[in-house]
Design a protein around this ligand. Sequence first.
Ligand code: GDP
Ligand code: MG
Length: 668
Amino acid sequence: MEIALLGNPNTGKTSMFNNLTGSYDYVGNWSGVTVEKKVGVFKSNESKLIDLPGIYSLSPLSEDEGVVTKFLLHDPFDRILNIVDASQLERNLQLTIQLLEFGKPIVIGLNMMDVAKNRGILVNVEKLGEMLGVPVTPVVARSGKGCRELEEQVTTHFDGSFSSNLVDYGKEIDEAILALEALLQNHSAHSTRWLTIQLLEGNEYVKDYLTTFIAESNLDSLIQQTTEKALANSNAKTIAQFIYKQRQAAIAAILKESTKRDENKGIPLTEKIDAIVTNRWLGIPIFLLLMYFMFMLTFDWLGTPLSDALDGLITGPVTDGLTNLLNAAGASEFIHSLVIDGIVAGVGGVLVFVPQIFILFLFISILEDSGYMARVAFVMDRLMEKVGLNGKAFIPMIIGFGCNVPGVMAARTIETPRERLLTILLTPLMSCSARLPVYALFVGAFFTINKAFIVLSLYVLGIVVALILASVFSKTILKGETSMFVIELPPYRVPQVKALWRSTWDKSKGFVRKAGTIIFAGSVMIWILSYAGPNGMNVAMDDSFLAMIGGIFAPLLAPIGFGNWQAGAALLTGFLAKEAIISTMNIIYFAPTEAGLQELLSQYFTPLAAYSFMVFILLYIPCLATVATIYKETRSKKWTAISIVYALALAYVLSLIIYQGGKLLGLM
Ligand code: GDP
Ligand code: MG
């Protein structure tokens, strides 16, 4: 007898496999993919157990997951052993129901009984079996408890008749089943009910299979008609979601009867925290509050004093030391100015912000390691779903807060090409750490009382714009269905100091390294451009090449509040790296200290113009490294160009609205 081992990821399938089987009959790969195929022989008899990839749903998101559907459709086997995690029944039963609908005899191994017990979940195993209509055996695969009973259950004869229509999907879907039945004319040996539901859920492999009997256009019109009818009086957005919700309702009813909470146990801490943190109404406010706290820490309580101290060190002893050194070496006026006014001002101006960056990353690392970030994705899912993405896409975006480059790369974890591309396009809108120094400088100069709030508003603006654009893109150039979101919520834990240190450093080192490379080179270049002009060397700044180049853009920038060549030049260098904006300003304004620079800035910017400028910096263009990464990840010149053009247009329009609107409202 051949038995297929199926279940969600991490439910203990491999542990069970090792427990039940003694020797391997076969180890290889499933055809077409790199997923390992293992077939084991039972210890006590000749039955074979086939290990399949863990999946949350039959409808596959990736080729690897398609293995299971292909197996069910084409491979001969006798029974299914479905491993179910007793502590995660609600999610696990989604798959179980799809397997029941398939119609082959099933035995359920209810694993992780120990975990469920610890979490205060009491499962009435008999009742659960009765309601599902199949044998359920409780086990602990890790210790081997219950495995003998399960083995006996699965290999000996049992009455394989059970109801395969546990879930009532409504009359529209029942009609679709009859329609497919008529189209199939007994050509397929598989359950028509199962085929119909899988087809409607978007299972490509089932559709492929059906096209061997039925013209694709017929299938498409069946899907379309059923979708229209079923969604007409439902609040589901897609037919897949509709089916998912029907199943969810049936599962809730089953669990209500067959599980209960252990009264003596008390609710576990993780669940107590989650009840608040992932609450429908509180989830997003809590996230915003935490971000606000993070910026207070970065800008007011800790980061700024540290940065000021570093600034004092660089502009004081370091500059003095270097000046003495240069004088002693008899350096020329040119070299002296290059080092002090170019490199020290440019690189030092950026390095000053290292403490703030570090604190920000430490905070983000704490949120990640404690398990909170997974909750943020979960909380954001509801919003993301409305705009054609799912919560998973928020994770690359959060990474993008650190640096857009790894953020764009993290979009690889998103399975559907449409959502992946969308995420890649939107991640650069997340305010990365390189933009932080610009905010720090400007809020320090113009918004001393509510620094954290102003910075928070910029971060939130990035997110909101991304959500709106996602919605626009998914209605226009990137149409398609949103895939279902499944995420493991790990239990909360106290982050370990060593791990925290490592991940904070991993994130910050890029910033430091960039200061030594691209910012260094950029500073030299900018300084030379500011030192030389059409009329020779050592010209007044306003007659330099830099002023000429920046001046080209100045008229364009006037309507958005900063029509001076300095801003134009800074924005141009900002494309190389956003920190270069700070370097450029330090060099241009020739400011001896950060405080001095802030004072000078107020001659060129009003507070309103400063806010408009920060919004422009947030949105106007992904930096060079990000553009290169977008190209690498999409392999498309078109999408890379779109990512630049839309950002520029968006930045200009928003800054225009903010500046002109602000002026109309009488703001300065
Ligand atoms: P698979 O991904 O479904 O193959 O799951 P694995 O067999 O790799 O198990 C995932 C994790 O759960 C491993 O760390 C196992 O040791 C653990 N595990 C498996 N079964 C049990 C169980 O019954 N109780 C507990 N506490 N842990 C288990
Ligand atoms: Mg495994």
